[in-house]
Design a binder for this molecule. Structure first.
Ligand code: ZN
Length: 143
């Protein structure tokens, strides 16, 4: 290697310089500052462990299994929230009489929307009107 072109700095390296070096094939040991191959695990100069041993390949597999587990859990939770079928006609009547109070939204379990309807009088009646039309074309029971 040519030491004349790239001077070896004494003392701690600035992090930016290390990152730039990492893009090439050579980087500096963080302990002694000498040039070592990019993928070196142990410094060739001082013999200290520079990189953590790659255990990640064996660790990643259980993580993937965990991910699938959480995914299925999430799916179960999602379906669990909407399992109760809603009676179309009950929602229609609630929407017709109490739509401006957002009662039909509370009935559907959409508490946040219900509060919004309650505060805005069913979005000035427009939201209630749209909900009424949408409910008319929904299957019975709907979810
Ligand atoms: Zn070293």
């Amino acid at each position: 290697m040519d030491d004349m072109n790239v001077p070896i700095p004494n003392g701690p390296l600035p992090e930016d310089k290390e990152k730039n070096v990492e893009t090439s094939d050579i980087r500096f040991c963080k302990f002694c500052g000498s040039k070592i191959p990019k993928d070196a695990v142990i410094c060739t100069s001082c013999g200290r462990q520079v990189e953590e041993l790659k255990v990640s390949s064996s660790v990643s597999q259980p993580i993937i299994i965990n991910n699938t587990n959480t995914n299925t859990n999430n799916n179960n939770n999602n379906t669990g929230g909407y399992v109760n079928p809603k009676n179309k006609w009950v929602a229609l009547i609630l929407c017709f009489f109490f739509g401006c109070l957002g009662i039909h939204k509370f009935y559907e379990g959409k508490i946040l929307l219900g509060i919004i309807y309650l505060l805005t009088m069913g979005i000035c009646g427009i939201g209630v009107f749209i909900d009424f039309i949408v409910l008319l074309f929904k299957p019975n029971p709907y979810y």
